[in-house]
Design a binder for this molecule. Structure first.
Ligand code: ITT
Length: 192
């Protein structure tokens, strides 16, 4: 089965590719000659995941899925959430986003946070949603060099170190996106 993963984020593409069995072939946007930027204008992760998947299905005709991920920090009432990519403004910059978050949490004792991923699958005219959550906390300083985005300052629950110290295989087993994609894969394996 061929499925387009509607993302421009190559880190995400690599993480997901590593998780899928050979029976599912992932096509990137480049593979289908799509160089368009789809603005994430919805105010929920689910809304943005649908927006991206629907754009590809409507304009390119492929079965496809898209995800949207946000980092929800408890003491900031769920911020940056759906605005995680542009938390420190444009152009998107992971370092600036992390510094802004660290400074907003400077005097806070509650550092609980969760990554949440919504995945939208469009297949043969039908639409399905999947969710993955990874609970954890925001560290007081960066740790590790791997991963991307907020990984150096996010420590998943039950682990001693940040996501950025883990191999992508380790991260995929417990991460928000990993969990959502596992649900997607299980669904596809039982489809039809
Ligand atoms: P696409 O919309 O093209 O898929 P994106 O980079 O905009 O790629 P998202 O909207 O899903 O990705 O994610 C919003 C931001 O959340 C992203 O820019 C990262 O900073 C952060 N993020 C997402 N997944 C993450 C992860 O697994 N680890 C750390 N940060 C992550």
């Amino acid at each position: 089965m061929e499925l387009v993963f509607a993302t421009n984020n190559l880190n995400k593409l690599r993480e997901v590719q590593e998780m899928l069995s050979n029976s599912i072939k992932i096509l990137s946007l480049k593979d289908i000659n799509c160089y368009d930027e789809v603005d994430e204008t919805e105010n929920s992760l689910e809304g943005n995941a649908k927006l991206k998947a629907n754009y590809i299905t409507k304009n390119f005709g492929y079965n496809c899925f898209a995800d949207d991920t946000g980092l929800e920090v408890e003491s900031l009432d769920g911020k940056p959430g759906v605005y995680s990519a542009r938390f420190a403004g444009e152009p998107v910059n992971a370092e600036n986003n992390m510094q802004k978050l660290l400074s907003e949490l400077k005097n806070k004792t509650n550092r609980k946070a969760q990554f949440r991923t919504a995945v939208c699958l469009n297949i043969e005219g039908k639409q399905f949603l999947f969710e993955g959550i990874c609970k954890g906390e925001i560290l007081t300083k960066k740790q590790g060099e791997k991963g991307f985005g907020y990984d150096p300052i996010f420590k998943p629950e039950g682990f001693k170190e940040s996501f950025a110290t883990m191999s992508s295989e380790e991260k995929n087993k417990i991460s928000h996106r990993g969990i959502a994609i596992q649900k997607l894969v299980e669904f596809l394996n039982n489809y039809k």
